[in-house]
Design a protein around this ligand. Structure first.
Ligand SMILES: NC(=O)c1ccc[n+]([C@@H]2O[C@H](COP(=O)([O-])OP(=O)(O)OC[C@H]3O[C@@H](n4cnc5c(N)ncnc54)[C@H](O)[C@@H]3O)[C@@H](O)[C@H]2O)c1
Length: 269
């Protein structure tokens, strides 16, 4: 028996990195996976986002686990895209039990150097994106009356300040407010809402941020390491996925409004 047998998970930002790790962990636990990603670059951040081949690779890896997988090309900033993505998932798989709002972007600049365009794109992807996914998935979850799980990927930057990342921090704190309010709204329906707070994870965001800060990736990683209590430079996407899997499972049915750190002790310092 898998921990998520019979469940369907809609995961945003699933083409690579943590989103793919969530798809593999949840697929491996028995869930069918709707894997959503933008599959093209945006004017910001200053690194490449995933492409259609990346998304197909996630689908392939989930199918190799014996689960069904659906590739959804959608921009989390678009109400039209997100309404259609939720509709397609329900048409194909019949239900959504688990929503993982993972898609996100990062970049680095001093607060007064951030352009209005950068600010708007950061907040649109990282805050409006989760809200739109929730807006269209929640009425279905309520109507189905089977409970549910909503996870939003924040960051340690949603628990502390990070110089050079104030727009990112503002977005990651914002989703905590979203989650804590929504958790109260959805408790009567046994739908839990929790946020994940990873420290630096070994994904494309790290080299992207180094590029934005005109740093060598290794120098940025060494700097990050000084903030960790546990002896690790970067955690792996699978480390976050195992925490998410627990939150998505029946074992965490009475955990809601929680801010779950996977931070190598970063917040201890
Ligand atoms: N890597 C880290 O160090 C780290 C630390 C803490 C939190 N996070 C958060 O974890 C989440 C996953 O990031 P990751 O580390 O896997 O990086 P990543 O860049 O590998 O993955 C992010 C995914 O989101 C997708 N995406 C971006 N904008 C989108 C949009 N508008 N619509 C749909 N998809 C979009 C990208 O194409 C990409 O596949 C993000 O929310 C990020 O902010 C990352």
């Amino acid at each position: 028996m898998g921990r998520l047998d019979g469940k369907v998970a809609l995961i945003t930002g699933a083409a690579r990195g943590q989103g793919r790790a969530h798809a593999i962990a949840m697929g491996g636990a028995g869930a069918d996976i709707a894997a959503l990603d933008i599959c093209h670059d945006l004017p910001y951040p200053r690194y490449s986002l995933a492409n259609a081949d990346d998304l197909e690779e996630t689908v392939r890896q989930v199918e190799a686990l014996g689960r069904r997988a659906l590739a959804l090309k959608a921009d989390v900033r678009s109400a039209r895209d997100m309404e259609a993505a939720v509709k397609t998932t329900i048409e194909q798989f019949g239900q959504i039990d688990i929503l993982v709002c993972n898609a996100g972007i990062a970049d680095m600049a001093l607060t007064w150097d951030i352009t209005e365009e950068w600010w708007d794109i950061m907040l649109d992807v990282n805050v409006k994106g989760p809200w739109l996914a929730i807006k269209y998935a929640v009425p279905h979850m309520i109507a189905r009356n089977q409970g549910g799980r909503i996870l939003i990927t924040s960051s340690v930057a949603g628990l502390r300040g990070e110089p050079g990342m104030s727009h990112y921090c503002a977005s990651k704190w914002a989703v905590v407010g979203l989650a804590k309010s929504l958790a109260q709204e959805l408790s009567p329906y046994s739908i839990t809402v929790n946020t994940l707070h990873p420290t630096a994870v070994n994904t494309a965001i790290i080299s992207g941020m180094a590029k934005a800060a005109s740093m060598q990736t290794e120098d940025l990683i060494d700097f990050i390491y000084t903030g960790h209590a546990l002896p690790v430079k970067l955690i792996e996407a699978a480390d976050v996925a195992s925490a998410a899997l627990w939150l998505a499972s029946d074992e965490a049915r009475y955990v809601t409004g929680h801010t779950l750190k996977v931070d190598a002790g970063r917040m201890l310092k």
